[in-house]
Design a protein. Structure first.
Length: 323
């Protein structure tokens, strides 16, 4: 696809300050929720599209609550216990800040708002992820560690540390099997751990550096990463070498994420020009290319064919036509 053929976004939301990270909830029961990190504040709101509600003309954004945050945000993770359909409402998420600390926010969007600090990393935390049951939070850092935090216990603390061979850049859980964790390192190494035995059960090697980000898809046999501008795809039933490798961002990738709704759709952002690219893994084609001013995070809608990216003071939404 010619990079000159840039697709304009379908919808745009404008904010008063720069957006550092954005995360749509990945869970079916809270799919309307969005978390937006600005300078020293976190906004939780809802986003609805016409596909969900006929009275919505295009996109309906409703801010619900703003939380104070002392430092610039590096990563966001929604807790699976978050739900607006229970009484009282439960909103829970974690934020990794530039002060090396993780803060866990909990609110009923009324009279109960609190946060706890998870303190233990000694350098920047690059990625955080809740296990599907919500009992544990995993984090990886430039300090060459992956930590597991017991976030449901009264005393929230680190219960385990995995030592890495280079800075940790991505961490995510197996979508179906509890206790299996993927950790990706800057040196190109991707390992799957059994957190109960604390043993590595599989290793993948990108063979090129730096590895910027990795993801474990809705089909847990598929693992992707971007390393030095290359998009690599593995079938973990045949883990010896990638089943697909192609240059996608010639000056380096920044992030990559599988769509929740389609195991063949992958979104990535990279350089030059901070371009968003949507790749169809089955056809091996870039089906959409979008321009972003300043990278401020990337997130897929849980069910609908929309991808969202932070772009300086704007949230940009693209609708993906995958026909």
């Amino acid at each position: 696809m010619d990079e000159a053929l840039v697709t304009p976004c379908a919808f745009k939301l404008t904010f008063s300050k720069q957006i550092y990270r954005v995360e749509l909830s990945p869970y079916e029961w809270s799919q309307h929720l969005i978390c937006i990190a600005l300078d020293q504040e976190i906004i939780v709101g809802t986003v609805k599209f016409q596909e969900e509600d006929e009275i919505v003309d295009d996109i309906l954004y409703t801010p619900l609550r703003t939380f104070h945050h002392e430092t610039r945000v590096h990563a966001i993770a929604w807790s699976p216990e978050t739900s607006l359909s229970v009484v009282p409402k439960v909103v829970s998420f974690c934020i990794a800040g530039a002060d090396f600390k993780i803060r866990r926010y909990t609110s009923n969007l009324s009279d109960f708002n609190t946060y706890e600090i998870l303190d233990g990393h000694k350098d920047y935390v690059n990625s955080i992820s809740y296990e599907p049951e919500g009992e544990l939070l995993a984090s990886v850092s430039d300090d060459h560690t992956c930590k597991l935090w017991a976030v449901k216990e009264e005393e929230q603390k680190c219960i385990s540390t995995f030592f890495l061979t280079s800075p940790g850049v991505s961490v995510c859980w197996h979508s179906e099997e509890s206790g299996k964790l993927l950790v990706a390192e800057k040196n190109g190494l991707i390992r799957m751990f059994n957190v109960r035995s604390q043993q590595a059960i599989m290793s993948l090697d990108a063979g090129t550096v730096p590895l910027s980000a990795a993801d474990w898809g809705p089909n847990p046999l598929k693992v992707i990463c971007v390393a030095a501008g290359e998009l690599l795809l593995w079938d973990v039933s045949r883990p010896s070498r990638p089943v697909e490798s192609r240059t996608l961002h010639v000056e380096g990738g920044l992030t990559v994420k599988f769509s929740f709704a389609s195991e063949n759709l992958v979104a990535s952002i990279g350089r030059p020009d901070t371009l968003l690219k949507i790749t169809n893994l089955s056809t091996k084609q870039v089906i959409l290319c979008g321009k972003i001013k300043l990278f401020g995070g990337l997130s897929w809608h849980q069910r609908l064919p929309y991808v969202c990216a932070g772009s300086d003071r704007e949230l940009l939404f693209w609708r993906i036509n995958n026909k």
